[in-house]
Design a protein. Structure first.
Length: 271
């Protein structure tokens, strides 16, 4: 980063708060998120159809493999796909946020932009995919004969909590990955363990009692439970799930935002 750009960068930090800077560049954030969605499916015959085909294929495979094992789970395909959609949004957002900040380095070296725009754009691009993918759930419900009630307020809370938690972790990983590129590889390896440690393909009741406390420490368990309540159970989430999911969301977003902005001033030395 050259001296004029660095001066503008440091002056921008002193004049505007981090959140105000993001709001000031909201149009740029929208353009970056839209570009991320378009680039992902550029040249593809099915286009966005791949975002629908992937969770449906995963649902079919997981249903064939595990439905006979977890026979007590009613409407098992719906149970699986709701958890899988939440997991897909979370995992892809975090991985792509790390890539987005590094790939945005050439732009950040030339012009001043809040560096948080790049990981945030990756998260919001995946949010668009998640929202559109949820549209296939009525088809799944009709296929398996499920008819949960519609609870838009609880669904909105679940999506906001999942978005906040994912955004916080994505910002944390993106910031750390600037200084230590191994962060991405450690995280991707940990994702496999995290996936099977989360009740996505199996019910929480299947977890042995001696490991139940570990399940309670898993933020994604609570976030997926809150999302499953309106989409799978057709009910309001439990008070415990609401409190735990809300706490995880606020804690992740706060910690990620503070850490990212604390390290932001040093990015130009490494990008």
């Amino acid at each position: 980063m050259d001296a004029p750009t660095r001066t503008l960068y440091q002056g921008g930090v002193s004049r505007l708060g981090a959140a105000a800077r993001i709001f000031a560049y909201r149009d740029c954030l929208t353009l970056l998120a839209a570009r991320a969605v378009k680039v992902r499916y550029r040249g593809s015959v099915l286009g966005f159809g791949w975002s629908l085909l992937y969770p449906l294929t995963a649902m079919l495979i997981l249903t064939l493999v595990f439905s006979r094992v977890f026979v007590g789970v009613r409407n098992y395909p719906l149970y699986v796909i709701v958890g899988f959609l939440a997991w897909g949004f979370f995992s892809l957002s975090c991985v792509q946020a790390m890539d987005a900040l590094l790939s945005g380095a050439p732009v950040l070296r030339k012009v001043y932009l809040p560096s948080a725009l790049f990981p945030l754009a990756a998260v919001f691009a995946n949010l668009v995919n998640l929202l559109l993918s949820i549209l296939i759930l009525p088809v799944v419900m009709w296929t398996v004969g499920a008819s949960p009630g519609f609870h838009p307020a609880w669904l909105l809370f679940a999506l906001v909590a999942l978005l906040a938690f994912t955004t916080g972790l994505a910002l944390t990983l993106a910031a750390l990955n600037v200084f230590f590129h191994d962060v991405r590889y450690f995280f991707e390896a940990g994702l496999l363990i995290w996936f099977y440690a989360t009740p996505i393909v199996y019910p929480a009741e299947a977890v042995p009692t001696r490991y139940a406390s570990l399940l309670w420490l898993n933020p994604l368990y609570w976030l997926i439970e809150v999302l499953r309540a309106p989409l799978y159970e057709g009910t309001a989430p439990t008070t415990t799930a609401l409190g735990a999911a809300g706490f995880c969301a606020v804690a992740s977003l706060t910690a990620g935002w503070l850490l990212f902005n604390r390290l932001d001033r040093r990015f130009y030395l490494y990008l």
